[in-house]
Design a protein around this ligand. Structure first.
Ligand SMILES: NCc1[nH]cc(CCC(=O)O)c1CC(=O)O
Ligand SMILES: [Mg+2]
Length: 323
């Protein structure tokens, strides 16, 4: 035998030398759940280690994460039920919970990147990402709400707005609204290929944002499709997206690779709530080594082609690097 691949695996120094993919804290965006009130830090039952924070404790959490070397955050608001309505009006109230949080973060930590969620579901009494009329999700009427929401977030100081709703044409509409109002510098991270997934459950628990009726299959993609992701990617690119995202990540590594190979834009991947919960549940049962599984999963997402990874593991990974 002349070729023996095992030679390059003989010692840790050699293995490290030939390692193709490495993770850096610059790769990560940490999602944060924001709730009303003061001095609140409430664990999400289905996501061990992940809390919902009021603005004050969220700022402490951001400070702790910045100390660990994290630089990017993706906050999501949990809106009290009485403030929800059919048109997600609260989503463009400049004095609302979410814009208030954005302003506080930018005031205290101007150096961090804030990637803010644009979608109706946390504010919608129907729990959908669009306006519901006779059981139908209206596309073009929803764009108006998304534009106002994105503008409100930009005015509060968001660096990048991230539409997660999957309405057609929303990237172009948001770009136009931002530009008309002088926010040319605010980026758009589009949830380009977002699939109708069974793994969103814990997130909907955290925000109490599950659809009140029906499912999201008329707007989120069918997980059996990958060519359709290329159609979405072409459109988002033409409409002015600065980043293309694939969501979820783990069961969609092929889609991440597909977009990586077909686009020169940065590719983001969202390692979502249910993917986090699976690892934590198995680790708590002693069935897998949670820390090793975390590093393996995050490395795999990057190996598949993600430049940016949204993950609930970001803080834990930063702590692991410190060890
Ligand atoms: N706008 C919808 C939205 N924004 C973030 C997530 C899920 C994130 C996660 O599971 O971690 C979802 C999915 C959904 O509820 O349909
Ligand atoms: Mg689209």
């Amino acid at each position: 035998m002349i070729r023996r691949p095992r030679r390059n695996r003989q010692t840790e120094a050699i293995r490290n030398m030939v390692q193709e993919t490495s993770l850096s804290l610059n790769d990560f965006i940490l999602p944060l759940f924001i709730i009303d009130g003061q001095n609140q830090r409430v664990e999400v039952k289905s996501m061990p280690g992940i809390n919902r924070f009021s603005i004050d404790t969220a700022l402490e959490e951001v400070a702790a994460c910045v100390d660990l070397g994290l630089t990017a955050f993706a906050p999501f608001p949990s809106i009290p039920e009485p403030l929800k309505d059919k048109y997600a009006t609260e989503s463009h109230n400049p004095e609302g919970l979410f814009p208030s949080f954005i302003r506080e973060v930018k005031k205290n930590f101007p150096q961090v990147a804030l990637i803010t969620d644009v979608a109706m579901d946390p504010y919608s009494s129907d729990g959908h990402d669009g306006i519901v009329e006779n059981g139908e999700i209206l596309n073009d009427e929803t764009l108006e709400v998304l534009g106002k929401m994105a503008l409100t977030q930009a005015q509060a100081g968001a660096d990048i707005v991230a539409p997660s709703d999957m309405m057609d044409g929303r990237v172009a509409h948001i770009r136009q609204v931002l530009d008309e109002n002088g926010f040319q510098k605010v980026g758009i991270m589009s949830y380009t290929a977002k699939y109708a997934s069974a793994f969103y459950g814990p997130f909907r628990d955290a925000l109490n944002s599950a659809p009140k009726s029906g499912d999201k299959k008329t707007y989120q993609m069918n997980y059996a499709n990958s060519r359709e992701a290329l159609i979405e990617a072409e459109l988002d690119t033409a409409e002015g997206a600065d980043y293309l995202m694939v969501k979820p990540a783990l069961a969609y590594l092929d889609v991440i690779k597909l977009l990586r190979d077909n686009s020169n834009l940065p590719i983001a991947a969202y390692n979502i709530s249910g993917e986090y919960a699976m690892v934590k549940a198995a680790a708590q049962n002693g069935w897998i080594d949670g820390e090793k599984a975390m590093v393996e999963i995050l490395t795999s997402i990057k190996r598949a082609g993600a430049d940016v990874i949204l993950t609930y593991f970001a803080k834990e990974f930063a702590q692991y690097l410190k060890k």
